[in-house]
Design a protein around this ligand. Structure first.
Ligand code: NAP
Length: 279
C-alpha cells in the first residue's frame, strides 16, 4: 500500500517560504506584483485565475487582474502585454491559456518579457531550462520535483518515465529529471510497448490528459507515481491520469487528484513571481 504524497501540505510549506521572502522584500520597500490576464469566459480558466489570485493574497503578492472579452484581438492583447512589460509594479505576467482562436498563443508568449515570464514558456526561458541554467522553472514540473523530493527519493541513477511530451509539462519535466541525473524515457502517443516501459520505472510521471490511463500493471512495485492529469470523469468529478485505487496497491508513493500536483503548480508560480521581483 503506497504512501500518499500530500500536495496540499507541501504547497502550504512552499507558500509559507514565499510569504517570508515577500515580507523580507517589503522591509526593503520592494513590493511584489503579478498581472493575471484572462481572455473570454472559459469556466476552467476562471477557476484557475481565481485560485492564483487567492494564493497571491495569501503570500502578500499584489495581483492585478485584466479580464478581457472573448472578442479581444491579438493586437489588443499584444498592446496590453507591452504595457505590462514596461510597468515596474508588475514583476510577473501570466496570460491564462487557452486563448480564443483569433489570437496566436505563441505570439503572445513570445511577447512577454522573459524577465517577467513566470510560467517559463518563453523560448528564451525554455532554452535556459534545456541548458540547466535557469531563472524560472516551469511551475508544474518544478512542483513535481518538490513532491518527489518530499518522498526522500534521490532521482540520481533512477529509471524515470514521463508519459506525455507537451511543451508545458512533459518536455520540461524530462529535462528537470535529467538535470537530477535520472535516466529518463519520454513517451507519447506513438510509443510502442508503453506498458512494459512504464512497469520498469522507479519514478513514473503521467501527463496525458486521459482519466485512468495508468493502470496497476504499468506500475513497478514500490515506484513513485506522480499524476499530473486533471480530467473530468463521466460524473464530472475531477480525476487524474492514474487509476489511483488500483495503483496505490502497488506503488511506494503516489499523488492523489485533487490534492497532489495541482496545488504545487500555483505555489511554484508564487515562487517564480518572488524570484522575478528579486531580479
Ligand atoms: P497535452 O498537450 O494534450 O499532451 C498530452 C500528451 O499525452 C501528448 O504528448 C500525447 O502524445 C500524450 N498522449 C496522448 N495519448 C497517449 C497515449 N495513448 N499514450 C501515450 N501518450 C499519450 O496535455 P498537457 O498540457 O501536457 O496536460 C496533460 C494533463 O495534465 C492534462 O490532464 C492537463 O489538464 C494536466 N495539467 C495539469 C496541471 C496541474 O497543475 N496539475 C498543469 C498542466 C496540465 P503526442 O504528443 O504523441 O500527441
Amino acid at each position: 500500500m503506497a504512501n500518499i504524497i500530500d500536495g496540499k501540505a507541501v504547497a502550504a510549506k512552499v507558500r509559507q517560504r514565499v510569504a517570508e521572502e515577500v515580507k523580507q522584500l517589503a522591509e526593503k520597500n520592494i513590493t511584489v506584483g503579478l498581472a493575471v490576464v484572462i481572455v473570454g469566459d472559459n469556466q476552467a480558466s476562471r477557476v484557475y485565475v481565481n485560485n492564483k489570485k487567492k494564493a497571491c493574497a495569501e503570500v502578500g503578492i499584489t495581483s492585478y487582474e485584466y479580464a478581457l472579452p472573448e472578442s479581444t484581438t491579438e493586437e489588443e492583447l499584444l498592446t496590453l502585454v507591452d504595457k505590462l512589460n514596461n510597468d515596474d509594479s508588475v514583476n510577473g505576467i501570466l496570460v491564462q491559456l487557452p486563448l480564443p482562436k483569433q489570437i496566436n498563443e505563441n505570439k503572445i508568449i513570445n511577447a512577454i518579457s522573459p524577465k517577467k515570464d513566470v510560467d517559463a514558456f518563453h523560448p528564451e526561458n525554455v532554452g535556459h531550462i534545456m541548458i540547466g541554467d535557469y531563472h524560472f522553472l516551469p511551475c508544474t514540473p518544478a512542483g513535481v520535483m518538490e513532491l518527489i523530493a518530499e518522498t526522500g527519493t534521490d532521482v540520481c541513477g533512477k529509471s524515470c518515465v514521463v508519459i506525455g511530451r507537451s511543451n508545458i509539462v512533459g518536455k520540461p519535466m524530462a529535462m528537470l529529471l535529467l538535470h537530477k541525473n535520472g535516466t529518463v524515457t519520454m513517451t507519447h502517443s506513438k510509443t510502442q510497448n508503453l506498458k512494459e516501459i512504464c512497469a520498469n520505472a522507479d519514478i513514473l510521471v503521467a501527463a496525458v490528459g486521459k482519466a485512468g490511463f495508468v493502470t496497476a500493471d504499468m506500475v513497478k512495485p514500490g515506484a513513485v507515481v506522480i499524476d499530473v492529469g486533471m480530467n473530468r470523469n463521466a460524473q464530472g468529478k475531477l480525476c487524474g491520469d492514474v487509476d489511483f485505487e488500483g495503483c496505490k496497491e502497488k506503488a511506494g508513493w503516489i499523488t492523489p487528484v485533487p490534492g497532489g500536483v495541482g496545488p504545487m503548480t500555483i505555489a511554484m508560480l508564487m515562487q517564480n513571481t518572488v524570484t522575478a521581483a528579486k531580479k
